[in-house]
Ligand binder design. Structure first.
Ligand code: TRP
Ligand code: ZN
Length: 885
C-alpha cells in the first residue's frame, strides 16, 4: 500500500539513468519464514550523463535492509537515506561496487509480484517493476546487466533450483541445504530476471537450430501434471522453427526452460531462458483441456518464445514503449497461429475480440494511445490497446510495406538494436530506412488514442464508366485531449460485379488495370478515389481482412450484405458481411422490444445462415463462426446507450428463431460431426477444431428446442466423449437448459471427476458464472463458498468473478445494482492483497457511460465507494479516479 499520494509519470520527463550496472551477482537464501538476498552490483557513472557524481537513487520496496557496503566500506544509517521506495547514497568514484543484503517475505507475498510462493514452490514475477521488491536496484528497462545467480535452499523441499541462462555450478550445503549457480551472459533489464525453486518434474526435448546448435528444452511442472506437457513442448518446437523461417531469428542460449505455476497474475512471462507460465497457459491434454485451451497454449508458448528477440535481445527504453515489444510480439504470435491453423478463422477471432473489448477500452475513461504519454501505475497499461491495437498497428506497417519490405525492416531493426533498449520511433525508423519509406504521418497511430471512424460513400457515373468512393475519417475525443489529426488508413478493397466476380481495378490516372484486390491509403480527412472502366454499378468489398482498426460504415442494404456473404473472395469479409447483417437485424429487434412490440425477425438472416449451414464445401470452422451471432458485449459497444434487457431479449429471440427454423440442418450437421468425433481419437489440429466447433455450436442451438432427442444426445456427449471440448460444451448446454435434474447431476459428476484438477474446476466455475438464467448473482455467491474456490488464486477470480461481470451481462447489470455492489465489494477486498487483480476486475464498472441513467448512477456510486474505502493501491486508485473524472 502506498503512503504518499500516487503521482503521474510522464514520457516527456524521460532521462537516461545517472548510473549503469554492468554486472549483477545475486545470492538467495530461501527459508520458510523469510529469505535473504545478497546483491553485488558492479556499477559506473553513465558517461552519457556527463561528469560529476550525483546521488545514486536505488529503487526498493518492502525490503528490510540488513547491510550496505559501498566500495567495500560498510555504511551506517548516517551514510544513506532510506524511504519506503528508495535507498539513496553518495558514490565517491565513477566506478564502484555496491553490496547489499536484504530480508524479504516471499511466504506472505499475496500480490504475486517480486519473489513469492505458489503452493510449495518459490517463483518470481518481475515485470514491470517487481524486481525492486527483491533487492535495491535501478529497476528500469534501460539499465541492462549480466546476471549471476546462486540459489540456496533446502534440498528435500526444493530439489530443483533455477535461474536465467546456463547452469555453471551446484553442490550440497549445510543442514540439508544445497545450492546452484546460474549465469546469464546476455545483458538484460531486471524485469527479465527469474528464479524458481521447487519439487518439480520436467519433460525434456531438444531443438537443432538453423546453424545446427543443439538446444535443451525443458518444461517443469508439479509431478501430477507431467502428463500434460506434450502439447506445449510441440508448440515450442514449432515456434522455434517458425521464427527461424519467418523472421530469420535463432535461439541464443544452450537451454530454454518453461515453468508452470498455479498462482500467476497474467498468462506468462518471457524471462530470459526461463519463461514462467500460468499453468493454464502450459498444461493441455485432450481429457482436461478444450480446443480453445490447446490453441491458447500454442499461442502463449509462441508469444513468450518470440519475446526472446522482440523484447529481450532488443528491449524497451522505458515503459511508455511497452507496445514496442508487446504489439510486435502479438503480431508475431498471430502470424504463427494463422500459419499453424486456419488463417481466416484466426483473423475473425482476433477482430471480434478487438472490436468488442479494445474498442470499448478505447472509448472509455482509461483510453490511451498505443504509446501512452503518462501513467500512474504501469501495471494498468498491459492493456488491449498496447497489445492488440499495438499488433494491428504493426500489421498495418506490414500491409503498407508488403511482406518482403516488412522483413527487411525487421531484419534491420534486430541487427541495428541488438543488445539495446529502444523506442517505438526506433522501430519505425528501421522500417523506414530498410524501405526508403516515410512513416511520419503513420506514427500518429502511436500517439492518438481512440478508434477512428471511416464513413464511406459511393457514386457511379454510368456514362463515364467511373465509380468513386469517398472516405471521411474522424476520431472521437479521448480523456487525454490530444488533437486528432488524420491517420494513414490502409484500406484493402475490391469491387464485385453483378455475378459476384472481382473487377480488375484501375484508378484514374493509372496506365492499366491490376489485381481485383488492392490496398489504398486514406491519408486525409476526406478523400475520393475514382476507379475507371467500370461498366456496371459494382458492389464494394471494403477493409478486407480488417486492414485497419477502424469503425467503417457503408450504407449496405441487407440484400447487398447477403450477396457479399455468398460471393466475396475475401473470407474475412464474407464473415463480416454476415455480422453486419446480424447487427442490423438484432438492432431492429432491440427497437421492437423497446417499443413494447411483438418481436419479428427478418427472415433473410435465417435464409442466409441456412445456405451457409447447407454448404458442405465451406470450412466448418467458418460455418461455426458465421453461425455465431454478435455477442451482447459487442452489441453494447456499438450502442449509443446500451439497453441491457433489450439486447439480451433480442439476441435470445434471434437464437431461438434460428434454432427453430434451422433445426433439421443443425441436427444433420451435429449428428454427422458427433459420429466422426466418436470414431476419431482426439487430435489438436485445425480440421478437428473445425469439426468440433460446428458440432458444438449446433448443439447449443439445438438445445433451445428442449427436445428429448437433443437432451439424450447431450447427455450421451457428456457421458461418453473422450475430450474436454465435447464434454464441457455438453455441460454448458445442460447448465443453460431447463432440465434441472440433469443439470444438477452433470455438475455434480463433473465436479467429482475433476475435483483434483484446478484448471478443469476453473471451467466448471466459468460455465456456471456465465449462465444468463435468472439468479446469476446468487449462484456466483454460493460458488464462492465451494471448497475449490479461493480469492487468492487469480485463475479462480477470473473464472468466477471475471466470467460473471464480463460475460453474464444480463445478471451483472441487474437493475437493482446488486451485481455492481458485489463487484465493488470484491475489488475492495482484492485491493488489500493483490492490487493487479483488483484493478483488472474493475474494468466492467469503468464502462458506466454506456448505460441508462439509473445504472450509471448505481455504477458511479460503487466507484465512489471504492475510492472512499480506505488505502487504495496505486493500481486501483488510478482506474477508479480516472473513471470518475
Ligand atoms: N510480458 C508478459 C507477456 O507479454 C506480460 C506479463 C506477465 C505481466 N506477467 C505480468 C505484466 C505481470 C504485468 C504484470 O506475456
Ligand atoms: Zn508479451
Amino acid at each position: 500500500m502506498r503512503t504518499e499520494q500516487p503521482k503521474m509519470i510522464y514520457l516527456k520527463d524521460y532521462q537516461a539513468p545517472d548510473y549503469l550496472i554492468d554486472e549483477t551477482h545475486l545470492t538467495f537464501e530461501l527459508f520458510e519464514d523469510h529469505s535473504l538476498v545478497h546483491a553485488q552490483l558492479v556499477m559506473r557513472r553513465n558517461p552519457e550523463r556527463g561528469a560529476g557524481l550525483p546521488p545514486l537513487v536505488l529503487d526498493g520496496q518492502q525490503l528490510e535492509l540488513l547491510s550496505v557496503n559501498l566500495a567495500d566500506q560498510a555504511l551506517t544509517a548516517a551514510d544513506y537515506q532510506l524511504t519506503d521506495s528508495h535507498l539513496t547514497l553518495q558514490p565517491d568514484s565513477a566506478t564502484f561496487t555496491l553490496d547489499t543484503t536484504v530480508k524479504i517475505h516471499p511466504e506472505t507475498n499475496t500480490a504475486l509480484e517480486g519473489l513469492y510462493k505458489s503452493g510449495s514452490m518459490f517463483c518470481t514475477q518481475c515485470e514491470a517493476e517487481g524486481f525492486r521488491k527483491i533487492t535495491y536496484y535501478l529497476d528500469r528497462p534501460d539499465v541492462m546487466s549480466t546476471f549471476t545467480t546462486t540459489v540456496i535452499a533446502e534440498q528435500h523441499r526444493y530439489p530443483i533450483l533455477l535461474s536465467n541462462g546456463n547452469p555453471i555450478a551446484s553442490g550440497p550445503g549445510e543442514d540439508g541445504r544445497h545450492w546452484a549457480t546460474w549465469e546469464d551472459p546476455f545483458k538484460k533489464p531486471a524485469y527479465l530476471f527469474a528464479l524458481v525453486a521447487g519439487d518439480l518434474w520436467c519433460v525434456e526435448d531438444t531443438f537443432i537450430t538453423m546453424t545446427e546448435r543443439t538446444v535443451a528444452l525443458r518444461i517443469y511442472v508439479e509431478p501430477e501434471n507431467i502428463d500434460k506437457c506434450q502439447h506445449a513442448m510441440t508448440s515450442l518446437k514449432k515456434s522455434m522453427r517458425w521464427d527461424e523461417e519467418t523472421y530469420g531469428r535463432e535461439y541464443d542460449l544452450d537451454i530454454f526452460m518453461i515453468v508452470a505455476v498455479n498462482d500467476f497474475n497474467m498468462g506468462a512471462m518471457e524471462n530470459k531462458g526461463l519463461n514462467i507460465f500460468n499453468s493454464s497457459a502450459v498444461l493441455a491434454r485432450a481429457e482436461t483441456a478444450t480446443d480453445a485451451a490447446h490453441q491458447r497454449v500454442e499461442a502463449i508458448v509462441a508469444h513468450e518464445y518470440f519475446h526472446n528477440w522482440s523484447g529481450n535481445r532488443v528491449t524497451c527504453r522505458d515503459w511508455f514503449q511497452l507496445s514496442l515489444k508487446e504489439g510486435f510480439t502479438v503480431f508475431r504470435d498471430s502470424g504463427f497461429s494463422a500459419d499453424m491453423n486456419s488463417a481466416t478463422v484466426k483473423r475473425i477471432q482476433d477482430v471480434a475480440y478487438l472490436r468488442t473489448h479494445q474498442f470499448a477500452e478505447d472509448a472509455g475513461p482509461m483510453a490511451h494511445a498505443v504509446r501512452p504519454d503518462s501513467f500512474i501505475e504501469i501495471s494498468n497499461f498491459y492493456t488491449l490497446t498496447v497489445y492488440e491495437k499495438g499488433s494491428e498497428v504493426v500489421g498495418m506497417i506490414h500491409t503498407l510495406l508488403g511482406a518482403e519490405g516488412f522483413r527487411k525492416g525487421s531484419d534491420l531493426y534486430f541487427e541495428r538494436h541488438d543488445g539495446q533498449a529502444v523506442t517505438c520511433d526506433d522501430f519505425i525508423k528501421a522500417m523506414e530506412d530498410a524501405n526508403g519509406a516515410d512513416l511520419t504521418q503513420f506514427k500518429r497511430w502511436y500517439s492518438q488514442a481512440g478508434t477512428p471512424r471511416l464513413a464511406v460513400s459511393e457514386s457511379f457515373d454510368a456514362a463515364a464508366k467511373t465509380y468513386s468512393l469517398t472516405f471521411r475519417q474522424s476520431c472521437p475525443e479521448t480523456p487525454d485531449k490530444v488533437e486528432k489529426l488524420p491517420f494513414v488508413i490502409p484500406v484493402e478493397l475490391g469491387l464485385l460485379d453483378a455475378k459476384g466476380e472481382g473487377i480488375a481495378l484501375r484508378l484514374a490516372g493509372e496506365a492499366a488495370a491490376g489485381a481485383t484486390s488492392r490496398v489504398i491509403s486514406v491519408t486525409e480527412a476526406e478523400q475520393t478515389f475514382t476507379f475507371v472502366d467500370i461498366a456496371e454499378q459494382p458492389l464494394p468489398s471494403l477493409l478486407r481482412g480488417f486492414s485497419a482498426p477502424v469503425k467503417l460504415s457503408f450504407p449496405y442494404s441487407r440484400d447487398q450484405l447477403m450477396f457479399l456473404m455468398q460471393h466475396d473472395s475475401d473470407g474475412f469479409n464474407r464473415w463480416d458481411a454476415g455480422q453486419q447483417l446480424s447487427v442490423q437485424v438484432l438492432q431492429e429487434l432491440v427497437g421492437q422490444y423497446q417499443q413494447g412490440q411483438a418481436l419479428h425477425m427478418d427472415q433473410r438472416l435465417i435464409a442466409a445462415l441456412r445456405s451457409v449451414l447447407s454448404d458442405e464445401t465451406l470450412d466448418q470452422a467458418m460455418v461455426a463462426e458465421m453461425l455465431s451471432l454478435p455477442g451482447e458485449a459487442y452489441l453494447t459497444e456499438i450502442s449509443e446507450v446500451a439497453d441491457v434487457d433489450a439486447i439480451h431479449a433480442a439476441r435470445e429471440y434471434a437464437r431461438k428463431q434460428l434454432a427453430d427454423n434451422l433445426h433439421e440442418e443443425l441436427w444433420l450437421r451435429y449428428q454427422a460431426n458427433r459420429e466422426l468425433s466418436k470414431q476419431t481419437p482426439y487430435v489438436a489440429a485445425a480440421e478437428h477444431f473445425a469439426r468440433r466447433a460446428l458440432q458444438n455450436i449446433a448443439l447449443s442451438y439445438l438445445m433451445l428446442s428442449a427436445k428429448p432427442e437433443v437432451l439424450a444426445a447431450t447427455l450421451d456427449q457428456f457421458d461418453t466423449s473422450d475430450n474436454m471440448t465435447e464434454r464441457l460444451t455438453a455441460l454448458a448446454v445442460l447448465v443453460n437448459s431447463p432440465f434441472e435434474a440433469e443439470k444438477a447431476q452433470a455438475l455434480a459428476v463433473f465436479a467429482d471427476n475433476f475435483k483434483d484438477n484446478p484448471l478443469v474446476m476453473d471451467q466448471w466455475f466459468s460455465v456456471q458464472a456465465g449462465s444468463p438464467l435468472p439468479g446469476g448473482l446468487e449462484r456466483v455467491k454460493a460458488l464462492m463458498d465451494h471448497p475449490a474456490f479461493t480469492l487468492k488464486n487469480p485463475n479462480k477470480v477470473r473464472a468466477l468473478i471475471g466470467a460473471f461481470a464480463g460475460q453474464n451481462l444480463i445478471n451483472f447489470h441487474a437493475a437493482d445494482g446488486s451485481g455492481y455492489r458485489f463487484l465493488a465489494d470484491l475489488v475492495i477486498q482484492l485491493n488489500g492483497f493483490n492490487p493487479q487483480i483488483a484493478s483488472r476486475q474493475l474494468a466492467p464498472l469503468t464502462r458506466w457511460r454506456k448505460y441508462d441513467s439509473a445504472r450509471q448512477a448505481l455504477m458511479k456510486a460503487e466507484l465512489e465507494r471504492i475510492l472512499a474505502s480506505g488505502e487504495l493501491s496505486s493500481d486501483v486508485f488510478e482506474v477508479v479516479s480516472k473513471s470518475l473524472a
